[in-house]
Design a protein around this ligand. Structure first.
Ligand SMILES: Cc1cc2nc3c(=O)[nH]c(=O)nc-3n(C[C@H](O)[C@H](O)[C@H](O)COP(=O)(O)OP(=O)(O)OC[C@H]3O[C@@H](n4cnc5c(N)ncnc54)[C@H](O)[C@@H]3O)c2cc1C
Length: 535
């Protein structure tokens, strides 16, 4: 996947594309895969890097959503469980079956959650990941050795999916490209082309060179997550807002706080939220929150109340309490929830919505990572009709995603690459320096950064450390120390000079300080002035 090749394909004023997609998160990339695999001509533009927005900041669960069951949204749960099964089949290198335990502290919780999880199993049907069952107090402690034992009565075990969100996004970009799409990161849509009242294309700014160009398309799709309203304002003067921004944060802790293979799920915290602690890439991800925010941000930061909430609950449910210095990383993301008249964002719909403007701009938002494929199918079906593009059947239900393989890979750091891991292993072996780690505290090898520049469109140190590897989330301080090595490797691959290397290290360090729990830069107030309100 080469950026220059995609640029060459979109720049000449050739025949219009069938689809121009704005936004390279789960939603936009899913649409690119769907439309390209139907045989349409597709171009996708992402203003930063693939999954730079919300799609790299999730809880990493491919799930039906136990909490939506509690809210009575059975159709959303059913659809998500169906999609969970499909994704596990189509991207087995990135999705794994994860065991969760709900610890119970009152006599009624065992039967209550036990029945709820049986309903969840029943809805999953043939695509189920494994049956739920009751656990005794002793069994619960055996699976969650660090669980708070005071008043513990037992637990309920159930199964759900876990994945690597940003790696799936990169693999979707590669899948779309393999089906003929031109996919571009660092290309911002700065305006819409309109002819006789109809949207007929997009104005694009190449953020690397400052160059501007126009791309024409029969259908233009706005898949920009929490930024959809900003793009809609390029089309209409003052459209009613579609999205309510809801922020969620996570803390990453060392695995010693959740030893074993089992995740912890608290279905109802004191204020009615769901809390997860899930093993991930050798660490534990703990979260999340649901906080209404008035501005959409590409690089959001946690509020003090969110940090306190997650830390307090981690301490409440874990016998050995984490201290501030134990936190390896803190990250925040913003959910694009479909607006339904304001109020508490936890109660707003997680369903997706498609809106078509008078000029034909199709905006899609809401949903979840788990349902991205279904959202894409709906969006392409609608766009074909609205734009008069020949209707073709959706092909993604059983479409393998780049890297799909059932063959096991022995090196833990190469597992997320799936089928291409052997080729990457060969590259790493071709130069002794590339076998060295990026940093002793990180599982990644230097050759991975080289591979990512050559095959995964990594353009910056952040692309490598935040999304191609997950170093920034696994250990923010170690990722800062790894930045100079990554900058040197990228400069050699991309033909950049020493000044570029230095600038890259400086900008990554400034960003990564925002992920260090004990650094003031990780607090919302410290960065509010730097984030431009966009909706
Ligand atoms: C805290 C949290 C936890 C979550 N956990 C889960 C989970 O465990 N499982 C699950 O299924 N879902 C989860 N979700 C939901 C899921 O992450 C989102 O639904 C999904 O990532 C949204 O994807 P998107 O593509 O719509 O938005 P985004 O990923 O934000 O993508 C939009 C993209 O558009 C780009 N863009 C904006 N403006 C422009 C422009 N003018 N030109 C070009 N590009 C532009 C942005 O840079 C961005 O990359 C979670 C969400 C949050 C916030």
């Amino acid at each position: 996947m080469l950026r220059s090749t995609s640029l060459d394909r979109v720049r000449p004023a050739s025949e219009p594309f069938d689809f121009a997609i704005i936004g390279g998160g789960a939603t936009g990339l899913g649409i690119a895969v769907d439309a390209a695999s139907r045989g349409h001509r597709v171009a996708l533009f992402e203003q930063a890097d693939f999954a730079k927005g919300t799609s790299s900041r999730s809880t990493k669960l491919v799930h039906g959503g136990v909490r939506y069951l509690r809210q009575g949204n059975v159709s959303l749960v059913l659809e998500a469980l169906r999609e969970r099964g499909r994704l596990a089949r189509n991207a087995p290198h990135l999705v794994r079956n994860q065991e969760f335990v709900i610890p119970t502290y009152a006599w009624w919780e065992g039967p209550f959650y036990g029945i709820g999880m049986k309903v969840y199993d029943g809805l999953a049907g043939k695509l189920g990941f494994g049956p739920s069952r009751h656990l005794s107090r002793e069994e619960t402690i055996a699976l969650l050795p660090n669980i708070e034992r005071e008043h513990l009565t037992g637990g309920v075990i159930y199964h759900d999916g876990q994945f690597d969100d940003a790696r799936l996004a990169v693999n979707l970009a590669q899948t779309a490209e393999a089906h003929g799409a031109a996919v571009l990161n660092y290309c911002r849509c700065s305006g819409l082309v309109k002819e006789r009242g109809a949207v007929t294309g997009v104005e694009i700014r190449d953020e690397e060179t400052g160059g501007e160009f126009t791309v024409r398309a029969r259908a233009v799709i706005n898949a920009t997550g929490v930024f959809v309203d900003a793009v809609r304002r390029m089309d209409e003067a003052a459209p009613a807002k579609m999205v309510a921004v809801s922020q969620g944060i996570h803390l990453v802790l060392p695995r010693s706080f959740l030893p074993g293979e089992t995740a912890l799920m608290v279905p109802k915290t004191a204020d009615g939220r769901v809390l997860f602690a899930v093993p991930w890439h050798g660490c534990v991800v703990v979260g999340t929150t649901d906080t209404a925010r008035s501005v959409a941000e590409l690089e959001p930061r946690a509020l003090d109340e969110e940090r306190d909430f997650v830390m307090e609950h981690a301490r409440r449910y874990l016998a050995r309490d984490p201290a501030d210095a134990d936190v390896l990383s803190i990250f925040a993301g913003q959910r694009p929830l479909v607006r339904a008249g304001g109020g508490n964002t936890a109660a707003l719909s997680r369903d997706h919505t498609i809106v078509i403007s008078d000029s034909g701009l199709l905006t899609i938002t809401g949903g979840k990572w788990t349902t991205y494929r279904r959202m894409a199918e709906d969006a392409v079906d609608r766009a074909e009709t609205v734009a008069g593009i020949a209707s073709r059947p959706c092909a993604t239900a059983d479409l393998p995603i780049h890297g799909a393989t059932h063959t096991g890979i022995s090196e833990a750091n190469l597992q997320p690459y799936g089928a291409v891991a052997p080729a990457l292993a060969d590259l790493i072996q071709s130069d002794p320096q590339w076998a060295e780690r990026l940093h002793p505290a990180l599982p990644y090898q230097r050759g991975e950064a080289v591979w990512q520049a050559r095959h995964e469109m990594a353009r910056t140190v952040e692309d490598v450390l935040a999304r191609r590897t997950r170093a920034l989330l696994l250990d923010a301080r170690a990722s800062i120390k790894a930045a100079p090595v990554v900058a040197r490797l990228l400069a050699a691959e991309l033909g950049r000079d020493a000044a570029w290397e230095q600038a890259q290290v400086a900008s990554f360090t400034a960003l990564a300080r925002g992920y260090v729990f004990t650094d003031p830069a990780s607090r919302a107030d410290a960065v509010l002035s730097k984030n431009t309100p966009t909706s």
